[in-house]
Design a protein around this ligand. Structure first.
Ligand SMILES: Cc1cc2c(cc1C)N(C[C@H](O)[C@H](O)[C@H](O)COP(=O)(O)O)c1[nH]c(=O)[nH]c(=O)c1N2
Length: 229
Protein backbone atom coordinates (compact mmCIF):
# COMPACT_ATOMS: atom_id res chain seq x y z
CA UNK A 1 0.00 0.00 0.00
CA UNK A 2 1.29 3.48 -0.84
CA UNK A 3 1.78 5.88 2.08
CA UNK A 4 -0.92 8.50 2.51
CA UNK A 5 0.60 11.94 1.88
CA UNK A 6 -2.71 13.75 1.88
CA UNK A 7 -2.41 15.43 5.32
CA UNK A 8 -3.16 19.13 5.40
CA UNK A 9 -1.99 21.93 7.67
CA UNK A 10 -4.16 23.44 10.38
CA UNK A 11 -4.13 27.07 11.51
CA UNK A 12 -1.89 27.64 14.54
CA UNK A 13 -3.29 30.83 16.02
CA UNK A 14 -3.25 31.23 19.81
CA UNK A 15 -6.22 29.96 21.79
CA UNK A 16 -8.88 32.34 22.99
CA UNK A 17 -8.23 33.69 26.51
CA UNK A 18 -10.81 31.26 27.93
CA UNK A 19 -9.32 28.26 26.15
CA UNK A 20 -5.81 29.25 27.20
CA UNK A 21 -6.85 29.73 30.80
CA UNK A 22 -8.57 26.35 30.79
CA UNK A 23 -5.33 24.68 29.72
CA UNK A 24 -3.33 26.43 32.44
CA UNK A 25 -6.05 25.64 34.97
CA UNK A 26 -5.84 21.94 34.15
CA UNK A 27 -2.06 22.10 34.58
CA UNK A 28 -2.05 24.03 37.85
CA UNK A 29 -4.95 22.21 39.53
CA UNK A 30 -3.99 18.67 38.49
CA UNK A 31 -3.15 16.67 41.60
CA UNK A 32 -1.86 13.25 42.46
CA UNK A 33 -4.81 11.56 44.15
CA UNK A 34 -4.38 8.83 46.75
CA UNK A 35 -7.41 8.47 48.92
CA UNK A 36 -10.23 10.72 47.85
CA UNK A 37 -11.66 8.48 45.12
CA UNK A 38 -15.42 8.13 44.83
CA UNK A 39 -16.60 4.59 44.08
CA UNK A 40 -18.62 5.58 40.96
CA UNK A 41 -17.63 3.71 37.80
CA UNK A 42 -16.18 5.87 35.04
CA UNK A 43 -18.36 5.66 31.91
CA UNK A 44 -16.78 3.98 28.90
CA UNK A 45 -16.90 7.14 26.79
CA UNK A 46 -14.91 9.04 29.43
CA UNK A 47 -12.32 6.26 29.64
CA UNK A 48 -12.14 6.33 25.85
CA UNK A 49 -11.44 10.08 25.86
CA UNK A 50 -8.70 9.70 28.48
CA UNK A 51 -7.04 6.92 26.51
CA UNK A 52 -7.36 8.91 23.28
CA UNK A 53 -5.67 11.86 24.99
CA UNK A 54 -2.86 9.55 26.10
CA UNK A 55 -2.58 8.10 22.60
CA UNK A 56 -2.14 11.59 21.13
CA UNK A 57 1.06 12.15 23.11
CA UNK A 58 4.30 12.81 21.26
CA UNK A 59 6.55 9.78 20.89
CA UNK A 60 10.07 9.25 19.61
CA UNK A 61 9.97 8.36 15.89
CA UNK A 62 6.15 8.30 16.30
CA UNK A 63 6.79 4.96 17.90
CA UNK A 64 3.68 4.94 20.16
CA UNK A 65 5.32 2.37 22.43
CA UNK A 66 2.49 2.34 24.99
CA UNK A 67 -0.16 -0.16 25.99
CA UNK A 68 -2.88 0.43 28.55
CA UNK A 69 -4.04 -2.43 30.76
CA UNK A 70 -7.40 -1.57 32.30
CA UNK A 71 -7.74 -3.21 35.72
CA UNK A 72 -11.18 -3.41 37.31
CA UNK A 73 -10.98 -6.85 38.93
CA UNK A 74 -10.75 -6.55 42.73
CA UNK A 75 -8.57 -9.67 42.93
CA UNK A 76 -6.01 -8.16 40.58
CA UNK A 77 -6.08 -4.86 42.47
CA UNK A 78 -5.60 -6.70 45.75
CA UNK A 79 -2.53 -8.49 44.35
CA UNK A 80 -1.13 -5.15 43.17
CA UNK A 81 -1.82 -3.64 46.59
CA UNK A 82 0.07 -6.51 48.25
CA UNK A 83 3.02 -5.81 45.95
CA UNK A 84 2.81 -2.12 46.87
CA UNK A 85 2.62 -2.92 50.58
CA UNK A 86 5.74 -5.11 50.46
CA UNK A 87 7.72 -2.46 48.58
CA UNK A 88 6.40 0.34 50.77
CA UNK A 89 7.56 -1.40 53.94
CA UNK A 90 11.02 -1.73 52.40
CA UNK A 91 10.95 1.95 51.44
CA UNK A 92 9.99 2.98 54.98
CA UNK A 93 13.12 1.26 56.32
CA UNK A 94 15.29 3.51 54.16
CA UNK A 95 14.48 6.62 56.19
CA UNK A 96 15.50 7.36 59.75
CA UNK A 97 13.93 8.92 62.81
CA UNK A 98 11.22 11.52 62.24
CA UNK A 99 11.48 11.16 58.50
CA UNK A 100 10.60 7.48 58.79
CA UNK A 101 7.62 8.32 60.97
CA UNK A 102 6.44 10.91 58.49
CA UNK A 103 6.95 8.53 55.55
CA UNK A 104 4.90 5.87 57.24
CA UNK A 105 2.09 8.34 57.88
CA UNK A 106 1.78 9.22 54.19
CA UNK A 107 -0.90 7.64 52.04
CA UNK A 108 0.91 6.76 48.82
CA UNK A 109 -1.64 4.81 46.79
CA UNK A 110 -5.34 4.40 46.11
CA UNK A 111 -5.20 1.02 44.40
CA UNK A 112 -8.16 -0.58 46.13
CA UNK A 113 -10.23 2.60 46.49
CA UNK A 114 -10.11 3.67 42.85
CA UNK A 115 -12.70 1.95 40.65
CA UNK A 116 -10.21 1.69 37.78
CA UNK A 117 -6.49 1.24 37.52
CA UNK A 118 -4.61 1.71 34.28
CA UNK A 119 -1.20 0.12 33.97
CA UNK A 120 0.75 1.97 31.28
CA UNK A 121 3.54 -0.01 29.68
CA UNK A 122 6.30 0.67 27.15
CA UNK A 123 7.17 -1.87 24.47
CA UNK A 124 10.74 -1.16 23.28
CA UNK A 125 10.17 -3.40 20.24
CA UNK A 126 7.08 -1.62 18.92
CA UNK A 127 8.73 -0.71 15.63
CA UNK A 128 11.98 -2.61 15.21
CA UNK A 129 15.41 -2.12 16.65
CA UNK A 130 16.36 1.16 14.99
CA UNK A 131 13.96 3.93 15.90
CA UNK A 132 14.20 7.47 14.53
CA UNK A 133 15.34 9.64 17.44
CA UNK A 134 16.12 6.77 19.83
CA UNK A 135 19.40 5.67 18.34
CA UNK A 136 21.60 7.53 20.83
CA UNK A 137 19.41 7.25 23.89
CA UNK A 138 17.40 4.09 24.47
CA UNK A 139 15.36 5.72 27.20
CA UNK A 140 13.46 7.90 24.72
CA UNK A 141 10.74 5.27 24.41
CA UNK A 142 10.11 5.40 28.18
CA UNK A 143 10.05 9.19 28.04
CA UNK A 144 7.44 9.00 25.26
CA UNK A 145 5.27 6.80 27.43
CA UNK A 146 5.53 9.29 30.28
CA UNK A 147 4.21 11.95 27.87
CA UNK A 148 1.16 9.71 27.34
CA UNK A 149 0.65 9.47 31.08
CA UNK A 150 0.79 13.24 31.45
CA UNK A 151 -1.74 13.76 28.65
CA UNK A 152 -4.09 11.34 30.37
CA UNK A 153 -3.55 13.03 33.73
CA UNK A 154 -4.41 16.49 32.37
CA UNK A 155 -7.40 15.24 30.40
CA UNK A 156 -8.63 13.52 33.56
CA UNK A 157 -8.42 16.79 35.46
CA UNK A 158 -10.65 18.43 32.86
CA UNK A 159 -13.14 15.51 33.23
CA UNK A 160 -13.27 15.80 37.05
CA UNK A 161 -11.47 12.47 37.28
CA UNK A 162 -8.60 12.05 39.72
CA UNK A 163 -5.43 10.12 38.90
CA UNK A 164 -2.78 8.80 41.27
CA UNK A 165 0.51 7.44 40.00
CA UNK A 166 1.87 4.52 42.03
CA UNK A 167 5.47 3.45 41.49
CA UNK A 168 6.23 1.77 44.81
CA UNK A 169 6.53 -1.77 43.49
CA UNK A 170 9.07 -4.23 42.28
CA UNK A 171 8.42 -4.14 38.55
CA UNK A 172 8.68 -7.94 38.34
CA UNK A 173 5.72 -8.29 40.74
CA UNK A 174 3.43 -6.20 38.54
CA UNK A 175 4.61 -7.99 35.41
CA UNK A 176 3.74 -11.30 36.97
CA UNK A 177 0.33 -10.14 38.22
CA UNK A 178 -0.64 -8.74 34.82
CA UNK A 179 1.18 -11.25 32.59
CA UNK A 180 3.33 -8.54 31.00
CA UNK A 181 6.20 -9.93 28.87
CA UNK A 182 9.71 -9.55 30.26
CA UNK A 183 10.88 -7.14 27.51
CA UNK A 184 7.99 -4.71 28.17
CA UNK A 185 8.52 -1.98 30.79
CA UNK A 186 5.96 -1.05 33.41
CA UNK A 187 5.91 2.76 33.31
CA UNK A 188 2.96 3.63 35.54
CA UNK A 189 0.23 2.16 37.65
CA UNK A 190 -2.49 4.81 37.61
CA UNK A 191 -5.37 4.78 40.08
CA UNK A 192 -8.30 6.46 38.36
CA UNK A 193 -11.66 7.59 39.73
CA UNK A 194 -13.98 10.52 40.20
CA UNK A 195 -13.11 12.97 42.95
CA UNK A 196 -15.08 15.80 44.50
CA UNK A 197 -12.14 17.49 46.23
CA UNK A 198 -8.51 18.06 45.38
CA UNK A 199 -5.70 19.56 47.41
CA UNK A 200 -4.81 23.04 46.18
CA UNK A 201 -1.12 22.17 46.66
CA UNK A 202 0.71 18.87 46.26
CA UNK A 203 -0.26 16.63 49.16
CA UNK A 204 3.41 15.94 49.91
CA UNK A 205 3.88 19.70 50.43
CA UNK A 206 0.75 19.97 52.60
CA UNK A 207 1.96 17.05 54.74
CA UNK A 208 5.43 18.59 55.17
CA UNK A 209 7.43 16.10 53.08
CA UNK A 210 8.84 18.51 50.52
CA UNK A 211 8.00 21.95 49.15
CA UNK A 212 7.88 23.27 45.59
CA UNK A 213 11.25 24.72 44.60
CA UNK A 214 11.39 28.32 43.39
CA UNK A 215 11.38 28.26 39.59
CA UNK A 216 14.10 30.93 39.52
CA UNK A 217 16.48 28.48 41.19
CA UNK A 218 16.00 26.00 38.34
CA UNK A 219 16.44 28.22 35.31
CA UNK A 220 19.90 28.94 33.91
CA UNK A 221 21.00 31.15 31.05
CA UNK A 222 23.09 29.55 28.33
CA UNK A 223 25.15 27.30 30.61
CA UNK A 224 24.76 25.22 33.76
CA UNK A 225 25.49 27.45 36.73
CA UNK A 226 27.69 25.44 39.08
CA UNK A 227 27.30 27.89 41.93
CA UNK A 228 23.78 26.58 42.39
CA UNK A 229 24.72 22.88 42.71
C1 LIG B 1 7.04 9.11 38.03
C2 LIG B 1 6.13 9.40 39.20
C3 LIG B 1 5.96 8.44 40.18
C4 LIG B 1 5.14 8.70 41.28
C5 LIG B 1 4.50 9.97 41.39
C6 LIG B 1 4.67 10.93 40.36
C7 LIG B 1 5.47 10.65 39.30
C8 LIG B 1 5.61 11.69 38.21
N1 LIG B 1 3.72 10.23 42.48
C9 LIG B 1 3.05 11.54 42.60
C10 LIG B 1 3.96 12.59 43.18
O1 LIG B 1 4.16 12.36 44.56
C11 LIG B 1 3.29 13.95 42.96
O2 LIG B 1 3.17 14.16 41.58
C12 LIG B 1 4.08 15.09 43.58
O3 LIG B 1 4.09 14.95 44.96
C13 LIG B 1 3.48 16.45 43.21
O4 LIG B 1 2.10 16.49 43.56
P1 LIG B 1 0.96 16.76 42.51
O5 LIG B 1 1.07 15.72 41.43
O6 LIG B 1 1.16 18.13 41.95
O7 LIG B 1 -0.33 16.64 43.29
C14 LIG B 1 3.49 9.24 43.44
N2 LIG B 1 2.67 9.49 44.49
C15 LIG B 1 2.44 8.51 45.42
O8 LIG B 1 1.70 8.76 46.38
N3 LIG B 1 2.97 7.27 45.27
C16 LIG B 1 3.81 6.96 44.27
O9 LIG B 1 4.27 5.84 44.17
C17 LIG B 1 4.09 7.98 43.29
N4 LIG B 1 4.93 7.74 42.25
Amino acid sequence: MRPDHSGSLLGASAFSIEERDAVYRAISTRRDVRSEFLPDAIPDDVVERLLTAAHHAPSVGFMQPWNFILVRDDKVKEAAWQAFDRANREAGEMFNGERRQLYRSLKLEGIRAAPLSICVTCDPDRCGDIVLGRTHNRRMDSYSTVCAVQNLWLAARAEGVGVGWVSIFHEADIKEILGVPERVEIVAWLCVGYVDKLYDQPELAVKGWRQRLPLKQLVFSDRWENSRD
